[in-house]
Write a protein that binds this ligand. Structure first.
Ligand SMILES: [Zn+2]
Length: 274
């Protein structure tokens, strides 16, 4: 409905680049941050955000602790929770990371949540979505930003989300990107002093939910994160190879359990339409 208008606004952010085909192939960090900022403003306005002091500050501090130790620690990182029980997470260029409430609900310890954040952070560190934008020809940028890019906008939340999702710079990542994000995410989590084992246990949990219930809240995860079964094997291998680095790292924290206790007190999330 209002999608063309919003899309036009987003595209205008890229206009300087889109107008010059010579520009294709190079998005500066400043442009990247601008793209992320514009899209984050749209998302924050139109997705149901979970703005709870205890939960937001915990997720933000965990995310910052992981992101600051990456090679892009200089970015102004932002972490926010979408009030949807659909299990998913996504990142915008420039350091804007979103995790759905469903991830918090289904994570049993800090290591599991850290694994999801570490993975999304790595997509930003590796500039996966920026590279996709750089590869698009100017004329196709508008199409590229459309909802066709992603399942996130269909699954994350309700109708409004579908509208805003159409404008967001969500990348649909390749399996290769996903493997990179797992490997980098694995190290990001370790560097923050947290055990990466939760990456394995969380994926296993999602897989068994997917197999038992035919998807439910986990189905979006599998459409946005292809090859989860292969990735479980990869993560198992990394855990085996890094035993000595991992032993002694923390799996949980008081902050995580306080966040979970607060989560249980909140009214239910609005139902997503799928
Ligand atoms: Zn991913």
């Amino acid at each position: 409905m209002n999608q063309p208008r919003i899309l036009a606004r987003v595209v205008s952010g890229l206009a300087a680049c889109a107008a010059l085909s010579a520009c294709a192939g190079s998005i500066s960090q400043q442009e990247e941050v601008q793209i992320g900022q514009q899209n984050a403003a749209q998302i924050n306005a139109q997705l149901p955000m979970l703005n709870d002091g205890t939960i937001s500050s915990y997720v933000n501090s965990l995310g910052q602790a992981i992101a600051r130790r990456t090679s892009r620690g200089d970015l102004d990182w932002h972490f926010a929770v979408v009030n949807s029980e659909v299990i998913n997470a996504f990142a915008l260029p420039g350091g804007y990371v979103y995790v759905n409430r469903g991830v918090l609900t289904n994570a049993s310890n800090e290591s599991e949540l850290a694994g999801v954040l570490g993975h999304e952070i790595e997509h930003v560190v590796r500039r996966h979505s920026v590279k996709q934008m750089e590869q698009m020809q100017g004329a196709n940028i508008g199409v590229g930003l459309a909802c066709a890019l992603t399942n996130v906008c269909q699954n994350t939340a309700a109708q409004a989300a579908i509208q805003v999702g159409g404008t967001a710079v969500f990348a649909k990542f390749s399996r290769g990107d996903e493997v990179q994000a797992d490997e980098g995410g694995f190290n990001n989590v370790i560097n923050a002093g947290i055990s990466p084992r939760g990456m394995l246990t969380f994926f296993q949990k999602l897989l068994s939910e997917e197999q038992q219930s035919g998807g439910g809240n986990a189905s979006a995860w599998f459409s946005d994160h292809p090859g989860t079964q292969d990735r479980i094997a990869d993560i198992q291998r990394m855990l085996n190879d890094n035993g000595s680095r991992i032993s002694g790292l923390r799996t949980d924290s008081q902050g995580f359990q306080t966040m979970k206790a607060r989560l249980r007190q909140l009214p239910a999330a609005p139902r997503a339409t799928q």
